[in-house]
Design a binder for this molecule. Structure first.
Ligand code: FAD
Length: 479
């Protein structure tokens, strides 16, 4: 009897993709499975197909759609880290864009063309040779495809808006295998929903994005002891307010704990985008005693060095609240409490906790409007906000499910309830930071949900990207 898996493989071979088709037991198959950032989405698909061109992506889509009952996943960098993220699939085939990694620059149009399987470290290195840069990822190995289809918070978001707002044209393979260009004048409704619409409408095979001049940055981090929490919270509130009028900086506040070494730290990642040393907006941070590690560099050079540890099981949750020192204090206290709780249940286990806070400004919505609009609904933000992402990483799935995830969830619930009690909880979940159980599209506003549903019905009338690509956040599952 022929199984669905056998039929899918036969159809992919018949489509001329036999030489880029990998099945369990083969070296390339294993290497691609091992290259997911997290252990969580390594699901062991029936097969992995690695198209080299948009035409081959189209062939793959047609072959898989015509295989009755066959489901599939779409993978670019492989950094999204929950089981149903849509970048891999247990019972199905993964379309892996890992051979489509080119970055090219056109000096006449000043546009960069990025293939989805590229990693940001390579994108920046290629562009820097041309003296230009784009607004993209902030960790070297994150992929182009997932970051830009999910939105894209970048070093330059306070200055130019989200990564997706820099895209002026998408080359995309639709459910019927057709390859179209979506931009302001061609398929404008599709263009709009691709800006943040994740994997709901097609497979993006090329992003044409605006560039800007590449400059030195003054960048690095300052490590503080948790005793400096009060001063750090005050400085974070101040700089968030300043950023709205003076978008020359980039900041990330990270609370971290490494149980093996019992290291507990607050790490401020600071970047002056114009390369100004000891710039005034950082004065409050730099005045707090800490271990400073700042230097003049470029984004490309920074990303070669900036890689977050991989090969662990992950659990992420995100939350958005109005800028308010009391809530940030609650976050800091909640982080302490969470560490104590986890230690009680798994004192000797290997787990890694981190909690990142960063500004999410109302002005990002205007950047989006100026560039044609996206579907994240930032225009509904009540004002400047802080976006929080809390993660726990473990070396065993049992520890993750048994202790890590419940502890993070308890902390998260407490912060959310506290923010709500102050009327400062904001109904917005950023898709790229959301956990598997969260529902970011539900928070993007009625109008955007309607636009996405309409585009899905128009460009994917048989629901391929809803039913046959079951992973990721599905617009059909939003009320
Ligand atoms: C270490 C780390 C650092 C991060 N830093 C940032 C950051 O600075 N800013 C930020 O905004 N986010 C950040 N993220 C979140 C990140 O943007 C998402 O995880 C993103 O999905 C990763 O992109 P990827 O190409 O690796 O995606 P993948 O894991 O390959 O795919 C993620 C999702 O996107 C879909 N998808 C991928 N490619 C395509 C395509 N070409 N067409 C249609 N759908 C596609 C997949 O089906 C899947 O649902 C970070 C994540 C990690 C783990």
């Amino acid at each position: 009897m022929t199984t669905i898996a056998q039929s899918a493989i036969a159809n992919l071979k018949e489509a001329g993709l036999g030489d880029v088709l990998h099945v369990p037991g083969q070296q390339t198959y294993q290497a691609r499975e091992d290259s997911y950032w997290s252990l969580t989405p390594r699901l062991g698909p029936w097969a992995i197909v690695q198209p080299r061109t948009a035409e081959e992506v189209s062939q793959a889509v047609k072959a898989l759609v015509k295989t009755d009952g066959c489901k599939f996943a779409i993978r670019s960098g492989g950094h999204m880290s929950f089981v149903d993220a849509g970048n891999n699939i247990a019972a199905g085939v993964t379309i892996d864009l890992g051979l489509m990694t080119q970055t090219t620059y056109n000096p006449e149009t000043k546009l960069a063309s990025l293939q989805p399987g590229g990693r940001w470290a390579d994108v920046y290195a290629d562009l820097e040779k041309n003296g230009v840069l784009v607004a993209g990822g902030r960790e070297g190995l994150v992929g182009v495809g997932g970051l830009l289809t999910g939105g894209g918070i970048t070093f330059y978001t306070c200055r130019y808006g989200l990564g997706c707002d820099q895209v002026v044209n998408y080359e995309v393979v639709l459910a019927d295998g057709s390859i179209v260009s979506a931009n302001a004048t061609s398929y404008p409704d599709l263009f709009r929903v691709l800006k943040g619409g994740h994997n709901n409408f097609g497979i993006v095979t090329r992003f044409d994005v605006n560039t800007f001049e590449c400059r030195n940055i003054w960048d690095g981090n300052v490590l503080y002891s948790k005793d400096s929490t009060n001063e750090i919270v005050a400085a974070l509130v101040d700089i968030t307010e300043d950023l709205a009028v003076n978008p020359v900086s980039h900041v990330l506040a990270m609370w971290g704990y490494l149980p093996r070494s019992k290291e507990h730290f607050i790490n401020m990642v600071l970047t002056n985008l114009d390369g100004v040393e000891n710039a005034e907006p950082f004065r409050k941070f730099l005045d707090i005693p800490g271990q400073q590690n700042m230097k003049t560099t470029t984004v490309a050079k920074k990303l070669v060095e900036f890689l977050l540890p991989s090969n662990r099981f992950d659990f992420w949750l995100t939350l958005t609240f109005r800028v308010d020192a009391r809530i940030i204090q609650r976050v800091a206290a909640g982080f302490e409490k969470m560490i104590e709780e986890i230690q009680k249940s798994i004192p000797d286990s290997n787990f890694y906790l981190s909690l990142v806070l960063q500004p999410l400004l109302k002005s990002w919505a205007q950047h989006s409007v100026d560039r044609g609009g996206n579907i994240l609904g930032l225009e509904c933000l009540p004002g400047d906000c802080i976006i929080m992402v809390a993660t726990v990483e473990t070396e065993s799935l049992e520890t993750l499910n048994g202790a890590g995830a419940p502890a993070i969830k308890a902390m998260f619930d407490d912060i959310e309830a506290y923010a709500t009690s102050l009327e400062k909880n904001v109904d917005f979940l950023y898709l790229n930071y959301a956990g598997g159980g969260q529902n970011p599209f539900q928070t993007y506003g009625e109008e955007n949900i309607r636009k996405m549903k309409e585009a899905s019905a128009k460009y994917d009338p048989t629901g391929v990207f809803q039913e046959r690509v079951p992973g990721g956040y599905k617009i059909s599952k939003v009320n």
